[in-house]
Design a protein around this ligand. Structure first.
Ligand code: AMP
Length: 400
């Protein structure tokens, strides 16, 4: 963001894909808040800001007559909250490109903000269409991408548009820069030992991540529902715990690979098990490989917690993706909470910790530990792909 914004119109791609209730009230404004520092910086340095964002998937949810449900998917719903957070009046354009957008952008004065309509009202957006991107580019003198959550998509407004700006006229916004730098700190030359904690429901969602982590990590901790596929693969009895039968061979391969590379792979030795999938279920603790018929593992057990805590606290860099159990049920949130606290304690003792992708972000927020870890990613799928080692089109388009 060390561009000269004075007297310039900055076209800023943000991720304002916030959840709304039935009356179109924002239920979580985290994504809008996350973009404020970038917008503020440009305004304070004499520029004006033209904001564009996608919202939901309007072309996948057309009205019965085949038209776009503009009332439902308009970014106008966000205008009030955005103005409030920014402390500035925000203008709104009912199109993203075209004569109306051109006119409003041209009239914009330093210190003013214009929000364009939902980029996904245009078919070309998700196709990365050049003509649409060219029309977007015409609106601004500079292009700033602050939409990390959309950086894994090669869309017109996230990637293609950047090619119409030379390298000295395009940049990451503060959020995007922080996300990329923090993820880099884990995957490129991390301070060792490096531990990754991976949880969540399914192995199949995280195959690439697990493979990459085995190459990167000193310690790999696997918890959550996905752990039972590993336990079953090694001959354990897992009752009716979550399992992906078609992934047991892969699990064995991952275990073998981890051994060959000298990675300390930890699975939960014991589990908190339930007789049905409910917070009110009967519960007890069992070895993860001796779960009785009719019971299922919904959280890691006390031995696993102790082992995971010890491993986490001995590391200098920690990556966490995915909860250790069904943390949405208070009776099965203990393992996730203990891990969150161990990550927080390691951070207090000097480790660098990144919580990124998957529901672990929701978990640390819910537990009020978000400011006790080094960085909580807003990125979801984008962070997961970055950690998997993929090139993110939105990042590459700026870096050139
Ligand atoms: P992810 O989005 O991959 O991070 O997965 C998160 C989901 O995994 C959460 O909704 C958890 O409830 C679920 N989950 C975690 N552990 C288990 C488990 N042992 N059994 C069933 N679901 C689980």
């Amino acid at each position: 963001m060390d561009l000269d914004f004075k007297g310039k119109k900055a076209l800023v791609r943000v991720d304002f894909n916030v959840p709304l209730d039935k009356e179109y009230h924002i239920t979580d404004d985290t994504r809008i808040r996350a973009a404020i520092p970038t917008i503020r910086h440009i305004l304070d340095h004499g520029g004006s800001v033209i904001l564009m964002s996608h919202f939901d998937r309007p072309l996948k949810k057309l009205l019965p007559d085949g038209s776009i449900d503009k009332e439902k998917f308009t970014l106008r719903h966000l205008l009030g909250r955005l103005s409030e957070l920014l402390g500035e009046k925000v203008q709104f354009c009912e199109t993203t490109v075209g004569p109306e957008a051109g006119k409003m952008a041209a009239a914009l004065q330093p210190g003013q903000v214009l929000l364009l309509e939902n980029t996904r009202f245009y078919k070309g957006e998700e196709k990365g269409d050049e003509e649409l991107a060219r029309q977007m580019a015409e609106l601004g003198d500079l292009y700033i991408n602050d939409a990390f959550g959309s950086a894994h998509r090669a869309h017109a407004s996230t990637a293609t548009v950047a090619q119409f700006f030379p390298p000295d006229k395009r940049a990451f916004g503060f959020l995007m820069k922080a996300e990329v730098e923090n993820a880099d700190r884990v995957v490129n030359n991390p301070e060792r030992p490096l531990a990754a904690i991976v949880g969540g429901a399914k192995v199949s969602d995280k195959i690439l991540l697990l493979e990459r982590l085995i190459d990167l990590c000193d310690t790999l901790i696997i918890g959550g529902g996905m752990a039972y596929t590993f336990v079953k693969a090694q001959g354990g009895q897992i009752g009716k715990s979550l399992v992906e039968e078609d992934k047991t061979d892969l699990a064995l391969e991952l275990i073998k690979k981890a051994r060959a590379k000298g990675v300390n792979l930890l699975l939960p030795a014991d589990s908190r098990i339930a007789d049905n999938f409910s917070n009110e279920a009967n519960l007890k603790v069992a070895s993860s490989d001796e779960i009785p018929e009719g019971w299922m593992g919904l959280d890691i057990g006390p031995q696993a917690v102790a082992a995971f805590e010890t491993a986490i606290k001995s590391c200098k860099t920690i990556l966490w993706n995915g909860p250790m159990g069904v943390f949405e049920f208070p009776n099965f949130a203990g393992g996730t909470k203990a891990v969150a606290e161990a990550v927080a304690a390691a951070t207090a003792a000097g480790a660098f910790s990144l919580v990124g992708g998957g529901d672990s972000v929701a978990a640390v927020n819910q537990m009020g530990l978000d400011d006790k870890v080094s960085y909580v990613s807003t990125g979801g799928g984008a962070m997961l792909e970055f950690l998997e080692g993929k090139t993110l089109p939105g990042v590459a388009a700026i870096q050139g």
